[in-house]
Design a protein. Structure first.
Length: 225
């Protein structure tokens, strides 16, 4: 497959994470994973009132937060095997097939405009329902995985990845939203190689995702007034 997005190479001599990368990617091969409950009351209610897909709204917010920081866009260049940073990274999500109880991996391109992202993503999901097998063809290289489990409110997620230490993209898991003390709370998990990100970066991802969701809620609420 051809390289499917722009990128810039990382100069290891000047990269601030050089020592961390060498320690965690080549030494201990450590992953960092955190799960938190975030308040989705406003966006949950706004999406319901506006008859919008709640998960697509979450997908937009997560993708916006991920693309805002270079540590989440680090990968290996297939052309030369060196570290690089994608210009953008897009979500690889899945469509569940009830008849076979299997899924098909799909992806959606990133658009900063919410309405544009929403319409394209909704179409991707509908097309994905017609697909079979593990994945649709031609999933690009510049993806991060995100899974939605609408029937389970979990407290933690732990994935066992390859010992190669070369998987650097974030892995995000979204769970069931449930009411707690009159607020709708949704579990959100990120797991990522410690070679490229620390707990500080994951904590910022959570706060920025929550802020993005609040902005979308305001937008949707205004559109139905």
């Amino acid at each position: 497959m051809e390289m499917t997005a722009g990128y810039k190479s990382i100069d290891m001599d000047t990269w601030p994470r050089k020592e961390y990368y060498e320690h965690y990617a080549r030494g201990t091969k450590c992953m960092c994973a955190i799960t938190v409950d975030i308040d989705v009351t406003a966006i949950y209610q706004a999406a319901l009132k506006a008859e919008k897909n709640f998960f697509i709204a979450v997908l937009y917010a997560v993708t916006a937060a991920v693309n805002s920081h270079e540590e989440f866009r680090v990968g290996y260049c297939r052309e030369n095997g060196r570290l690089m940073i994608w210009d953008k990274i897009v979500p690889a999500h899945s469509v569940f097939h009830k008849d076979t109880e299997t899924f098909t991996k799909i992806w959606s391109d990133w658009y900063t405009d919410f309405d544009e992202f929403y319409s394209h993503c909704a179409a991707d999901i509908e097309n994905g329902k017609k697909a079979k097998g593990f994945s649709i063809p031609d999933v690009p290289d510049n993806t991060f995985d995100i899974t939605y489990i609408p029937s389970l409110h979990f407290s933690s997620v732990d994935l066992k990845l390859s010992e190669s230490g070369k998987y650097l993209a974030p892995i995000v898991t979204v769970g069931e939203s449930v009411k707690k003390e009159n607020r709708m709370m949704m579990p959100l998990s990120m797991e990522i190689s410690h070679a490229v990100a620390d707990t500080f970066h994951i904590a910022r991802f959570f706060s920025e995702t929550e802020a993005e969701l609040a902005e979308i809620a305001v937008r949707l609420s205004g559109s139905v007034q």
